[in-house]
Design a protein around this ligand. Structure first.
Ligand SMILES: Cc1ncc(COP(=O)(O)O)c(C=O)c1O
Length: 416
């Protein structure tokens, strides 16, 4: 793959076109109405239409500076400090026996979450699904919120891979009350699945990064334990919850038997999640990790990025939250847009586009034409996520783009 190329104006246009065709074929471009092109791997190419020449503004590994990518906090690229930490990491073979940097990360996470043990895995989907598999057996059921990631965005892997059933509860603004659960534990009866586990998510992705009220979490988990079922937390963005609420991650994790955290979201690492719990639980999770194909060899290179992220990228999440607040304020100022819920707690902003303006897909296309990448979350809703690769100036630009698009009367935008 070509990593970089020089300013193109010095070269014949045809040659440049050839070179760009090559890049396109390697990366698969998505064109936008005004001629901007982005590639799935974060590369970008612009077209200078008046001059008739192609123009590229690509910094190797960092994407293009005129694109503001607010689709997710997973899009960040490793910083130079993080890359250095990765290159310098001592590694072993974490499947045969041990990788020293992975071991260091696992110990650090277990300490941080005040659990006996932890295990490193490639993704949050895997840590969640392995937690479900270890807590439950074939034919068991778990309780969860109808909007949670485990239920909506993991392909029903709990059924596909572990033979489990899910029983959902619709939270009110993503918060479920004890009264909604009390009748849900199935009686011990040959006709029924066995209720084994309660799963919660903090912060709540589909809930626009909402932080679960801590007292509510404590109450639900206490009830679950008294009822003889286990508890699992999908804490993909637990550090966001901690920084925004001022409550230590250890305290947020305490009510749960197992906790999953991700390094590749707001923390800015390229890959990786950890699952924490009792020694016995993690020993079983290690067996399941191999079964699920998640055993990694010199994974210390990735664990080093996670360690670096925990050292350097936790406190700064407050900046992302302030950026999200500014975007939310812009949304709230527009009569054509309405914020999901009444506030933004952390780094995710979800808003509804009034159908008289158009669809979420049209809104996202219009944003893209102004250099802002967003995600159409449903037919009428759009998601923006702030992260460490978005600067304060870019948030100003994104706010400006939101304002100018939302204020256009329906049908007036050239891109629509
Ligand atoms: C709340 C939540 N849980 C789990 C995941 C899955 O993480 P991964 O993409 O690493 O599998 C995500 C991904 O965005 C998420 O938002």
């Amino acid at each position: 793959m070509v990593n970089s190329f020089a300013p193109l104006r010095n070269l014949p246009a045809t040659l440049e076109r050839l070179r760009l065709c090559y890049l396109f074929s390697m990366a698969g471009p998505f064109s936008t109405p005004n001629g901007l092109v982005t590639t799935p791997n974060g590369w970008g190419i612009g077209i200078d239409a008046p001059a008739g020449l192609w123009q590229a503004q690509i910094e190797p590994g960092r994407g293009v500076d005129w694109m503001i990518d607010l689709r997710s906090d997973t899009v960040t690229k490793p910083t130079s400090g993080m890359l250095r930490a990765m290159i310098e990491a001592p590694v072993g073979d974490d499947v045969i026996d041990i990788d020293p940097t992975v071991a260091k990360l696992q110990e650090r996470v277990a300490d941080l979450l005040a659990k006996e043990s932890a295990i490193f895995m490639p993704s949050g989907t895997m840590t969640n699904q392995i937690a479900l598999r270890v807590h439950c057996s074939l034919g068991d059921e778990f309780l969860c919120d109808a909007d949670c990631h485990i239920y909506n965005y993991e392909q029903g892997a709990f059924a596909q891979l572990s033979g489990l059933a899910a029983r959902t509860v619709q939270g009110i603004e993503w918060v479920m009350e004890l009264s909604q659960f009390q009748e849900l534990i199935r009686p011990d009866n040959d006709h029924m699945v066995r209720t084994r586990l309660l799963c919660l998510e903090n912060t709540h992705n589909r809930g626009g990064g909402r932080i679960l009220p801590h007292e509510n979490t404590v109450t639900l988990c206490r009830w679950a334990h008294e009822a003889g079922i286990q508890t699992h937390l999908d804490g993909a963005r637990l550090f966001n919850a901690s920084v925004a609420s001022g409550v230590r991650v250890e305290v947020l994790a305490r009510p749960f038997d197992s906790v999953s955290i991700c390094f590749s979201k707001g923390l800015g690492a390229p890959v990786g999640s950890c699952l924490a719990g009792s020694k016995e639980f993690i020993a079983k999770a290690r067996r399941a990790r191999k079964l699920f194909g998640g055993g990694m060899r010199q994974s210390g290179f990735l664990a080093a990025a996670a360690l670096y992220a925990m050292d350097h990228h936790v406190e700064r999440l407050a900046i992302d939250h302030e950026h999200a607040e500014r975007l939310a304020h812009e949304v709230q100022s527009s009569s054509n847009l309405s914020l999901l819920g009444d506030r933004v707690d952390t780094n995710i902003v979800i808003f509804r586009v009034d159908p008289t303006w158009g669809t979420a897909g049209e809104f996202v296309a219009a944003l893209l034409s102004l250099g802002v990448q967003a995600m159409a979350f449903s037919k009428q809703s759009v998601r923006l996520v702030t992260h460490l690769d978005v600067s304060s100036d870019q948030i100003d630009q994104a706010c400006h783009a939101l304002r100018s698009i939302a204020s256009q009367p329906a049908g007036a935008l050239s891109t629509r």
